[in-house]
Ligand binder design. Structure first.
Ligand code: CO
Length: 238
């Protein structure tokens, strides 16, 4: 279509949209003219629109028993600016909630991304670790028991037995593959977050006796979720 064609198309098109934007307050005012020549004013928030467009979901710390936490995460396919933004957002959420590690499903994104900063109080970039599309290649036979907590199930803690040493593979933010051996706290953080990507929560791995201790609190979280979401309990994670 040439310039004249475009002009005619614009003039005779049924819908004329005039946009006045005011980026300073993150809002866009849109005036839509309908068939009768009447204008309707719409105000939309740019930031929310952007997040909805990119993720189609609200970014928030997802709490048990939200079904998102029981959904298996998908591979990251594009190592682009959107991925970088998502990871930055995950670190922001991690710091805001005083956590040390976080998986993408915990912020409502079912993608295989793990972030952590063992020294979160310093918030230094060099302490920030990112694991994309991670896999556990090998697990040591020796297991260790330690107390775990999770931002997605507040006020719940319990001992979980996990392999003490693991070898892992993952991609970094630029798409380069790495192989690493993790032990101690790193091995534990990795396995806890890796489970999230598979829809497994740490209390699933607690002994029956340990799980009994947190049963009341889990039920409390279920009731809270039902109240907030008019939840059909069949769809809630167990
Ligand atoms: Co967790």
């Amino acid at each position: 279509m040439d310039i004249r064609g475009s002009f005619i198309f614009l003039v005779f098109h049924y819908l004329i949209i005039l946009i006045c934007s005011n980026c300073a307050n993150g809002k866009v005012q849109t005036y839509i003219r309908n068939y009768n020549g009447e204008y309707t004013k719409r105000i939309r928030n740019i930031r929310v629109l952007k997040l909805l467009k990119e993720n189609e979901k609200e970014i928030k710390i997802v709490k048990f028993p939200d079904p998102v936490l029981r959904t298996k995460s998908e591979d990251v396919l594009h190592f682009d600016d959107h991925l970088k933004n998502t990871i930055r957002l995950m670190f922001d959420m991690l710091y805001a909630n005083k956590g040390i590690s976080l998986s993408a499903p915990q912020v409502n994104i079912n993608k295989k991304i793990i972030v952590w900063n063992g020294r979160y109080e310093k918030r230094k970039k060099e302490n920030e670790k990112v694991f994309i599309n991670p896999t556990i290649v090998e697990r040591s036979l020796v297991k260790k028991k330690a107390t775990e907590r999770c931002l997605s199930s507040p006020e719940i803690e319990g001992a979980v037995k996990r392999p003490a040493i693991i070898s892992v593979s993952y991609f970094d933010i630029s798409g380069t593959k790495h192989l690493k051996i993790l032990k101690g706290l790193s091995a534990r953080l990795f396995q806890h977050e890796y489970d999230h990507l598979k829809g497994i929560l740490f209390f699933d791995k607690m002994t029956q006796a340990e799980r009994k201790k947190v049963k009341a609190r889990l039920n409390q979280l279920r009731r809270q979720y039902e109240t907030n979401n008019c939840c059909n309990t069949d769809k809630c994670g167990e």
